[in-house]
Design a protein around this ligand. Structure first.
Ligand code: FCB
Length: 478
């Protein structure tokens, strides 16, 4: 091909393959509100957000985007956006207020109406069974570090899939177990706010086991639905090519990525992970037979990608550098790799302090596709928080967010061109929402929520995304 033809091709907007799934994502606690309605029990996020000092401005999910009452209107937004799929999560404490026992009908009915509303609008429901709102009663009994929580999760999955499995197109067992385990039980910056590294590793295993048990329930009760799990796989680069920095990246990969990929896809924990964490735990919570349950066959792997990290082995005496973008409680989420530093990076960053690096998306998808050939991938979250300015006429010209989304979809298209089998992309998020420890201060929505009036307003990024969906292509980038 001549150079000019090359240039011409590069200048063309990239298109996505036919059948590519365009979607938008949310999560129950972040949008629903209505925390005391229809028999819902308290979750660990209710408790955590109500305890002083845990969230910015003391924000809680009590009202959030009031989606529980406004879901019809939100479904209309999805319809207007043109997306083919909507990824939402089911609040376990709406189904089982204390994490066990029969389903609360009113809670199930809400999700049933949501699913029907999606189907009526021609949108495929993609349901996540666990996006972090563990029933508080289960935390009181030990939480994810306790084996029983995994067993309860399997039972909860049976109830939900039994009720909705005839209509839900795709089931995702867990969202980002990395956050649930390490931010919740090691760093303590997420609910339940514990700082116990050994418990965090036990949580890792019980989340993996819960994934397997829930997956088996999906396979049995909804045999034609697709089964997946969503992982926030990390892309870390070594700050130098020194053996120590390269080794630091290996350890982050073990505890951050392979602690989940291993049991879920290979049926084993990586040997180097066990060695790296020997001083923390002996892994005796892994029982015979568990690793036959965790690798339940998946139809696709959900990948959430936002940023990259630059890792350096701490030399033991310089001041510590912590910029891994997950808040700093003084306790590291990187169990067994606490002595790794995360260096500040140059270039554009989002309001979360996360570096904008679309190339990391391509790298991650290609790397995962190469490691697990034959397993389709889905980008189940990607998006950005920026400080939105609202014009007098109510418009939000969020060019940075629009560009972030377009550049990352472009990076997905690049990965596909290079051979990765990526089936879809879900923007995070449909709506501004409760961004966990950052409360309402960080806005990820492509649609603005005015928290005083609950009014929804399309940001420019939503219009850009709508065009992308309609044309199945990435718009011209600046
Ligand atoms: C992910 C979470 C999601 C949202 C985004 C910004 O880690 O899955 O709920 O908070 O980050």
């Amino acid at each position: 091909m001549s150079t000019s033809a090359d240039e011409k091709e590069n200048a063309m907007p990239r298109t996505l393959p036919e059948g590519f799934v365009w979607g938008a994502a949310t999560a129950s606690y972040q949008i629903e509100g209505a925390v005391n309605e229809d028999g819902r029990g308290p979750s660990i996020w209710d408790t955590f957000s109500h305890a002083p000092g845990n969230t910015l401005n003391g924000d809680t999910g009590d009202v959030a985007a009031d989606h529980y009452h406004r879901y019809e209107q939100d479904l209309d937004l999805l319809k207007e956006l043109g997306v083919g799929a909507y990824r939402f999560s089911i609040a376990w404490p709406r189904i089982q207020p204390t994490g066990s026992g029969p389903a609360v009908q009113a809670g199930m009915d809400f999700y049933s109406r949501l699913v029907d509303g999606l189907i009526q609008r021609g949108i495929a429901p993609v349901a996540t069974l666990y996006h972090w709102d563990l029933p508080q009663a289960l935390e009181d009994a030990g939480g994810w570090p306790a084996r029983d929580t995994a067993l309860r999760f399997g039972e909860y999955a049976e109830l939900v899939v039994g009720a909705l499995g005839d209509r839900v197109h795709q089931w995702t067992t867990l969202n980002e177990p990395w956050c649930a385990a390490y931010l919740g039980y090691a760093a303590g910056v997420h609910a339940p706010g514990r700082r116990e590294p050994a418990a965090a590793l036990a949580a890792v295993h019980h989340l993996n086991l819960g994934h397997g048990l829930a997956g088996v329930a999906v396979r049995e009760l909804a045999p034609t639905a697709l089964l997946s799990v969503t992982l926030n796989l990390h892309v870390h680069h070594a700050a130098s090519d020194s053996p120590a920095d390269v080794e630091a990246v290996r350890r982050l990969d073990a505890v951050g990525n392979r602690a989940f990929l291993g049991p879920m896809l290979d049926g084993e924990y990586p040997g180097d992970l066990i060695e790296d964490t020997m001083a923390v735990t002996d892994w005796s919570f892994v029982r015979d037979g568990d690793l036959a349950v965790t690798p339940v066959p998946l139809d696709n792997l959900g990948v959430n990608y936002y940023t990259t990290g630059l890792a350096q082995q701490w030399d033991g005496h310089s001041p510590r550098v912590r910029a891994d973008g997950h808040g700093d409680s003084g306790a590291s989420p990187w169990v067994g790799a606490e002595d790794v530093d995360f260096l500040p990076q140059s270039g554009l960053h989002t309001a979360m302090g996360w570096k904008v690096e679309p190339a990391g998306m391509t790298e991650l998808l290609l790397r995962t596709a190469k490691r697990y050939p034959g397993l389709p991938l889905m980008v189940t979250e990607n998006g950005a928080a920026f400080d939105d300015a609202v014009d007098d006429d109510g418009a939000v010209h969020d060019a940075e967010r629009a560009s972030y989304v377009a550049r990352h979809v472009d990076a997905v298209a690049a990965a596909i061109e290079q051979g990765a089998d990526v089936r879809g992309y879900f923007v995070w998020s449909l709506l501004d929402n409760f961004e966990w420890a950052y409360g309402y201060d960080r806005r990820f929505g492509i649609i603005r929520v005015d928290y005083d009036t609950q009014e929804r307003t399309w940001k420019d990024s939503a219009r850009t995304y709508q065009r992308m969906v309609a044309t199945n292509a990435v718009p011209d980038l600046d």
